[in-house]
Design a protein around this ligand. Structure first.
Ligand code: NAI
Ligand code: MG
Length: 354
């Protein structure tokens, strides 16, 4: 029996509520399969921990996390602790120090999911977002602060290594699945960084003659996400552009309650991290009405990552069953079920399918 060691950081607000449901589903998949299991270790890190200890995680937290196969995270951030502390000292620290340079965000309209677009579109893409550098490298300068001659620089950092590896990851993904790759950039205006990005895209594409490629400017791509999302399959883009277009993606594929993301360290030197895209939702925390589907979707991504793709896919099908049935959904999806009722419904649907 293979055992996957999971570090669970439920975090703040609705984080613990939705993570419980993801774990229910993971356990059910393991039980039904019988050839693998999960071993969870919980860490109480987050804003409550910060209020008590003055830090977001234990001093040896990163060392401790290294021993795990994956991290399952709810959400961090709560009123009272500034967001730049809570996010930077926990979430972003893990992404950076564990070299999770790929942010995988599936944008797929599940059967039965709330539809934003009027026309029936096929929406089934995988956005591969650069997660370690680019516009979010944190590099810049603020000169003559407060003076009339004040100047602020925010520098995009695009290394050859960083650009090539993310583009290559997208091509490998496309090759595996027989899909096309679309690069989203902005070479007409960002005359250094994005011209370079386009060159590297072109170079890497030569190694994959069997993969169809497209290249869009980010503004046009944003329009096509809404007007014709079916044209995108695997999408590769920079940190900032990926941040923005995946929110458009969430908007067209059922909203925040259904948006999941994985932070992957492809070399597997460090653990990868799976989390819903949404935050800690302080406005509904404790009411037991948070939608657990995004957290469950990220659990499905974790199953994929562990080579259990058939279970990853079955979890999505179980979610589709619950969405199509429509009788057990949380209030954000116009239902009146509680978080754990939705989690239970997905678990039951998984069971029924076997
Ligand atoms: P948010 O995603 O927590 O909430 C935005 C809106 O969506 C709220 O009205 C909330 O009730 C609703 N919502 C979010 N997730 C939901 C779910 N699963 N089911 C039903 N409704 C849901 O974003 P907000 O309010 O901007 O941030 C709140 C806190 O979360 C902040 O401290 C922020 O820094 C943090 N945050 C953390 C993230 C993370 O840990 N990855 C990501 C985004 C925000
Ligand atoms: Mg974002």
């Amino acid at each position: 029996m293979e055992t996957f060691k999971i570090a669970v950081i439920p975090g703040d607000g609705i984080g613990p509520e939705v993570i419980d449901e993801g774990i229910k589903v993971l356990n059910k998949a393991a039980e039904l399969d019988g050839s693998f299991s999960f071993d969870y270790t919980y860490f109480p890190w987050g804003c409550e921990f910060y209020n008590e200890h003055g830090k977001m995680m234990d001093d040896d937290g990163m060392e401790t996390l290294k021993q795990f196969d994956a991290i399952y995270l709810g959400a961090v951030g709560y009123p009272g602790v500034p967001d730049h502390i809570s996010l930077r000292e926990l979430l972003i620290r893990i992404r950076k120090e564990f070299d999770q340079y790929v942010n995988l965000r599936p944008i797929k309209l599940l059967k039965g999911a709330p539809q934003t677009l009027k026309k029936d579109h096929t929406i089934d893409m995988l956005v591969v977002r650069e997660n370690s550098e680019g516009e979010y490298s944190g590099s810049g300068e603020r000169l003559f602060q407060g003076k009339p001659e004040e100047v602020v620089l925010q520098t995009g950092v695009f290394s050859r290594k960083g650009t090539e590896r993310i583009i290559r990851y997208a091509f490998e993904e496309a090759k595996k699945t027989g899909k096309s790759v679309t690069s989203i950039s902005k070479g007409n205006a960002l005359n250094y960084s994005m011209v370079f990005w386009d060159e590297v895209f072109e170079e890497v594409s030569r190694d994959y003659p069997e993969v169809d490629t497209y290249s869009y400017l980010v503004d046009a791509a944003s329009m096509f996400f809404v007007l014709d999302p079916g044209r995108f399959e695997v999408v590769v883009t920079s940190n900032l552009f990926g941040d923005i277009v995946t929110d458009i993606g969430a908007g067209i594929a059922g909203g925040l309650g259904l948006a999941a993301g994985a932070n992957i360290n492809p070399t597997r030197e460090y653990p990868s991290m799976f989390e819903p895209v949404h935050g800690s939702a302080p406005d509904i925390a404790g009411k037991k009405i948070a939608n657990p589907l995004a957290a469950i979707w990220s659990a499905s991504q974790m199953l994929d990552f562990f080579g259990q793709e058939q279970w990853g896919a079955r979890v999505l099908t179980a979610m589709e069953d619950v969405l199509q049935d429509g009788s057990t959904l949380t209030p954000d999806m116009n239902g009146n079920a509680s978080t754990d009722q939705v989690g239970q419904a997905v678990t039951d649907a998984l069971d029924k399918k076997i």
